[in-house]
Design a protein around this ligand. Sequence first.
Ligand SMILES: Nc1nc2c(ncn2[C@@H]2O[C@H](COP(=O)(O)OP(=O)(O)OP(=O)(O)O)[C@@H](O)[C@H]2O)c(=O)[nH]1
Ligand SMILES: [Mg+2]
Length: 250
Amino acid sequence: MSRKKAVKGRGSSKSPKSSPSSGRTGKGLAAAAAPSSGLVYPSRPSISNSGEFYDIAFKVMLVGDSGVGKTCLLVRFKDGAFLAGSFISTVGIDFRNKVMSIDAVKVKLQIWDTAGQERFRSVTHAYYRDANALLLLYDVTNKASFDNIRAWLTEIHEYAQQDVVVMLLGNKADSTHDRAVKREEGEKLAKEFGVPFMETSAKSGLNVELAFTAVAKELKHRTMKEPDEPKFQLQEYVNKEMRTAGCCRS
Ligand SMILES: Nc1nc2c(ncn2[C@@H]2O[C@H](COP(=O)(O)OP(=O)(O)OP(=O)(O)O)[C@@H](O)[C@H]2O)c(=O)[nH]1
Ligand SMILES: [Mg+2]
């Protein structure tokens, strides 16, 4: 397998015509051109800039109501930091790349951070079809964001590819005093829709790496699975990892 080089930094994909800028600075794209393809195949020539080598690449989108913590989750995953302070709502769409090592394969995730605000919904729709995976977030301290998950799933079914990997995340699990949605409610909803589920915290870092690793593993297995290899069981993997870490049962 030929190994390619990942384009480093943010907003540097060649797919959209113009580079998305940072949502945190309020300069994101209100109407970015949608990327032209999803999976980057190993045989394809790559753009070489300064950056890490990778074998396969996938597009992952973060979706959910405004304020649920999509941008913070991405920043925690990419930079290991929490964006405390005043909330700056993402404008349009933004992306960051991260290369992960999955079973000795370098997997590049191009992670698209969308604006949760209704007025940007048409921009987000244009990106769904190229997403290989969607991380759908609600805020465990905000019941409305949980109630809106059904509408988000309807939207996903309408605009995304049929085989898109969807994972439901209940974010802000650190906020025990303000909790408005029980973990069991999240589990029940996820079961109803047949999607894997876990709670996360961009603030404490709880399960953030695990969420992205699980999705990367699923996508990598789908692409590179040997004929006699059993199917990767995402929820089983997540449950096992959480048990091992002893992290999530409060
Ligand atoms: N306690 C706690 N606060 C969080 C967490 N994640 C995000 N926040 C806070 O929630 C607010 C919104 O976070 P963002 O990441 O900007 O939300 P968003 O989903 O990107 O919102 P939009 O860009 O408008 O769609 C900010 O004030 C964050 O500091 C978390 O895990 N725990
Ligand atoms: Mg945001």
